[in-house]
Design a protein around this ligand. Structure first.
Ligand SMILES: Cc1ncc(COP(=O)(O)O)c(C=O)c1O
Length: 442
């Protein structure tokens, strides 16, 4: 028996309330704060709050805690690196960890071409750099991204983002020359079609509609795509989707950029989600799970397009030595064990949720790849009308029962646990979700 989840005082307890009040007074007003979880320590898939409540973590610090919280191998690597030196600036000087991580990511990335790697502090910085590299390499200005996509909060990345209007409102003008097209969101196809009869109409529409009316493909530098849509609702596109986008890009000399900030590093059961589709992107960006919680991201680009000159791009902290050590330890663990575990546990979780869907009509769709799973809640299965209030009520209710979840998109609850979870964790989460759905139905 595990000693978690275990709620000893209804959260937020007194110590949590004090931290929440202090934060509310001093922290900037833009923070979201999904629920009043005030963490004191965490191990594996267990998160303990300041009042002694222990939660089962099925959101992984937003898909970051790939190797679980504080995996001893990762912590040892961090301590060992921190003991040697904390910083020297990898943009200007050398150290082994940075060279080793660039080599490792270049060889792990999908496809056979030689790659080169630029290390960043975050996902948005990786996307920002990818925009710059794509424009630099092609000398073309325009960019294509998808409706519902999330690529980050800095200006270039935000201009590609179209997940929620709140993320853009009040910040304009954004980057010019960005065109948004519908993603392969088959459960809610914007074209009213259904797969496979549609024969990927959403891809041919880019050619026929976007290139026919709005932008000459010769002006397009890159198409940015999440191989599994993350913040936009955990949507897994049909298997032919990425190959069709690859073919479209090849036809017009457009670079294909796969944003694996959320879906990369073993989360979908393979090191990179793009590998399920068997294609090679021109640029792959990743972050989140790469450092098991330490801030590090990467732009992995084909050598042939890595044309930017010395000094054209850089970063003071990007590829920090302690973060590189965390990333190398993370990649060892994910490659050896956790990506396979994500595939096996993901299947068990998906099956369990599909069983729950048989008794809960509010579950409109259950979809996922590995441990990146979404439950889309609806008011009515026939009309598929979204149920955003129910999705947020489910997240709040499970929190109070000791299970950490998060929303995504309009009415989806996402499950993105650490990749270390076992069958007991999966069954515990399923029991709590089932019980909370019962409670909300009353
Ligand atoms: C697909 C994707 N790209 C980019 C980002 C931005 O990453 P960060 O928050 O590290 O800047 C995110 C964050 O959620 C993401 O999910």
């Amino acid at each position: 028996m595990r000693d978690y989840p275990c709620i000893v005082v209804a959260p937020p307890g007194p110590k949590a309330r004090a931290v929440v009040a202090r934060d509310a007074t001093w922290a900037s007003t833009c923070y979201i704060k999904e629920y009043p979880l005030v963490v004191s320590r965490a191990r594996g898939a267990m998160v303990e709050d300041v009042d002694g409540n222990r939660f089962l973590d099925f959101m992984g610090g937003i898909a970051v805690a790939s190797t679980g919280h504080c995996h001893p191998t990762v912590v040892a690597a961090i301590k060992e690196a921190a003991d040697r030196f904390l910083h020297i600036c990898g943009s200007d000087f050398y150290y082994e960890g940075m060279a080793a991580l660039c080599e490792r990511l270049a060889t792990l990335a999908p496809g056979t071409s030689k790659k080169r790697v630029f290390l960043t502090n975050s996902g948005t910085e990786a996307v920002e750099g990818a925009i710059k590299l794509a424009r630099y390499a092609t000398r073309r200005p325009a960019l294509i991204a998808f409706k519902g996509a999330f690529h980050g909060r800095t200006y270039g990345a935000m201009s590609l983002t179209s997940s929620k209007v709140k993320q853009r409102a009040g910040f304009g003008p954004l980057l010019p020359g960005v065109f948004h097209v519908p993603y392969a969101t088959c459960f809610r196809c914007e074209y009213g079609r259904s797969f496979p009869d549609c024969r990927l109409f959403c891809v041919s529409a880019i050619e026929d509609d976007l290139f026919g009316r709005l932008v000459d493909p010769k002006d397009v530098a890159a198409l940015f795509v999440e191989p599994v849509l993350g913040e936009g609702g955990y949507v897994v596109p049909p298997p032919d989707y990425l190959p069709a986008l690859r073919a479209l890009c090849d036809k017009h000399g457009i670079l294909l950029v796969c944003d694996e900030v959320q879906c990369g590093i073993g989360r979908t059961g393979k090191m990179f989600a793009t590998q399920h589709a068997g294609i090679e992107p021109d640029i792959l960006v990743t972050a989140k799970g790469l450092g098991s919680g330490m801030p590090i991201g990467a732009i992995i680009a084909r050598e042939a397009i890595t044309t930017w000159e010395r000094g054209a791009h850089g970063s003071t902290f990007g590829g920090n030595p302690v973060c590189c050590a965390a990333a190398l330890a993370t990649l060892d663990l994910v490659e050896a064990e956790f990506q396979q575990n994500a595939a096996v546990m993901g299947k068990r979780l998906l099956e369990g949720l599909r069983c729950l869907a048989q008794t809960h009509a509010v579950i409109g769709d259950v979809r996922g790849l590995g441990l990146m799973i979404g439950i889309e809640l609806v008011k009515d299965r026939e009309t598929r009308e979204p149920a955003p209030e129910l999705a947020s009520a489910l997240v709040q209710t499970t929190f109070r029962q000791g299970l950490l979840l998060l929303g995504a998109g309009k009415s989806t609850v996402r499950l993105a646990p650490p990749l270390v979870i076992d069958g007991y964790d999966v069954d515990t989460a399923l029991n709590i979700i089932g019980a909370c759905l019962e409670k909300l139905a009353q």
